[in-house]
Write a protein that binds this ligand. Structure first.
Ligand code: G
Ligand code: G
Ligand code: MN
Ligand code: NA
Length: 250
């Protein structure tokens, strides 16, 4: 209950910030954008991880407000960066059904004067566990704004392959757990191969997450992944450090 009370005040008290993890092209190894991840520095308890406080926010009806702040903050960062740079924002399963989410996104884009195609939303397979008809409808409205929709942590949830043919997703993100053990587990290579093949047949791009070593990178590139994310190319960075990478693009 304390955490809930503190959460209510945390936005106005400016205790949240976003960090930005680089995504690079597998071909050129150049920066193409970032995934935004929220951080909460609690004045007494210190760092509280998002997988602890996001569920609390959701259970207490605070996700609309917090989610809207995240979207606005991501767009604020985007507005300072060149056209070619994209930012991805995670949307939790409950957040997808927050009334007027498409309006919130379209207003944030307009406020910061950003075309929809520079923003990407990441959802997990869990979004289809609720009212899946409504979810498909909301995702379609978001796509209509030009926003990209990525299916995150692919392979870890229950199978939602049936939703892949609805032209909902423009990208699959392969969960890091399949990537990291590739060297020792040939079945992971088989899984990644089939995910890449599946994605290509639906004209979706593929991101490999959790790439930590040069060996992981080379393997994912060879398997046909388009973009790479992971500690090898950068941990989640402060806005200032992310900005230095963007400036370095020249
Ligand atoms: O950086 P990492 O420990 O941050 O993230 C842990 C989990 O929290 C991941 O599953 C990630 O998707 C989720 N998460 C991080 N930031 C956000 C956010 O801004 N919104 C939502 N809904 N989830 C987030
Ligand atoms: O669930 P989602 O994919 O949105 O969250 C990504 C999570 O993975 C975040 O907690 C992020 O900090 C973490 N992460 C990103 N890159 C790596 C990596 O290379 N290795 C590990 N172990 N975790 C990573
Ligand atoms: Mn994600
Ligand atoms: Na993921």
């Amino acid at each position: 209950v304390r955490l809930e009370t503190d959460l209510r005040q945390a936005i106005t008290a400016q205790q949240f910030h976003l960090v930005f993890q680089p995504l690079v092209s597998a071909k050129s190894q150049k920066l193409i954008g970032f995934e935004a991840l929220i951080r909460w520095n609690h004045p007494q308890r210190g760092f509280i991880p998002p997988n602890v406080f996001i569920p609390v926010a959701e259970e207490n009806g605070l996700m609309p407000q917090l989610g809207n702040w995240i979207i606005d903050e991501a767009c604020r960062a985007l507005a300072t960066w060149p056209e070619a740079v994209t930012v991805a924002v995670n949307i939790s399963p409950k957040q997808i059904l927050v009334p007027a989410l498409p309006n919130v996104v379209s207003e944030a884009l307009a406020r910061h004067k950003i075309p929809g195609n520079r923003l990407e939303l990441e959802v997990t397979e869990g979004v289809f566990l609720g009212d899946s008809g409504k979810t498909v409808d909301v995702l379609g409205r978001l796509r209509a704004l030009g926003v990209g929709i990525a299916l995150d942590d692919f392979g870890t949830g229950y199978s939602s392959i049936g939703y892949l043919n609805k032209a909902i997703f423009h990208k699959l993100k392969i969960d890091g757990s399949f990537v990291r053990d590739c060297g020792s587990r040939p079945e992971n290579v088989a899984i990644i191969k089939s995910i890449v093949q599946l994605a290509k047949s639906f004209r979706m791009s593929v991101t490999a997450e959790g790439v930590e070593t040069a060996e992981d990178f080379e393997r994912m590139r060879e398997l046909g992944c388009d973009t790479i994310q992971g500690y090898l190319f950068g941990k989640p960075l402060s806005y200032e450090r992310a900005n230095q990478m963007v400036v370095g693009l020249g």
